[in-house]
Design a protein around this ligand. Structure first.
Ligand code: C5J
Length: 220
């Protein structure tokens, strides 16, 4: 077993049954001109976690952990996009609209791709998901079960939306979840801080948090 002095207390995991889950590190959320920017957000803070996330992915690959990437995106005909999701709010570009990186959040468009610095390696699983949670309407459960995974290290964006939703879904399914504090980011610093706090409150009610350096050390 490996051990990390995580918050709120030590996180113990068997690397042989642990996967790294990297959530939605897509151009549409991280680069100007995508969905995140269309919602009025400054995407610069999200770009800031690319180096730490790359280190985490590298450490997981060297340790032999499966690295699973997700992408929030929809079919070109929008048949998997509920009208309530598409019509919500007042973005300058809605899901499916043409933008500078192709149609917003549509599978196969440049904006839906993972940023090149964190591109999936050959053979790594990429899960396209229509919802905020990565378990909803996807094959993620089957992918994890096929590999005998019991523990998940999570990273990605945004902390309080797709990362937290996925971590809660995973927690409910019995996975021991650890969120990498400096490999996740929000457009709202106060939401990130609140999410980290609520995850580890009440005796790790959703899971643990630790830094990328701590995780690298444990996987070394
Ligand atoms: C959002 C996500 N924030 N990946 N998606 O709409 O967190």
């Amino acid at each position: 077993m490996a051990r990390i002095d995580a918050a709120p207390f030590a996180y113990e995991f068997d690397p042989a049954s642990t996967a790294l889950l990297v959530i939605d590190m897509q151009r549409d959320f991280i680069e100007p001109g995508g969905f995140g920017a269309a919602l009025g957000n400054d995407t610069a803070p999200l770009r800031g976690i690319i180096p730490a996330t790359a280190r985490l992915i590298g450490a997981a690959r060297r340790a032999g952990l499966p690295v699973i990437h997700t992408r929030e995106c929809h079919r070109p005909d929008l048949s998997d996009c509920p009208p309530a999701k598409r019509s919500r709010g007042a973005p300058t570009l809605r899901i499916g609209d043409p933008g500078p990186m192709g149609r917003i959040l549509i599978a196969g468009e440049p904006g839906a791709e993972i940023v090149p610095e964190l591109a999936p390696a050959a053979g790594e699983t990429v899960i396209d998901k229509p919802g905020k949670g990565a378990f909803y309407a996807t094959d993620l459960s089957e992918a994890l079960e096929a590999r005998g995974i019991r523990s998940l290290i999570l990273a990605g964006v945004t902390t309080e939306v797709c990362v937290q939703t996925t971590m809660r879904e995973a927690n409910d399914r019995g996975y021991e979840c650890l969120l990498a504090e400096d490999a996740t980011e929000s457009y709202f610093p106060e939401f990130k801080a609140a999410t980290l706090a609520m995850i580890r409150a009440q005796g790790a009610i959703v899971g643990w948090t630790a830094t990328v350096a701590q995780i690298e050390e444990a996987l070394h």
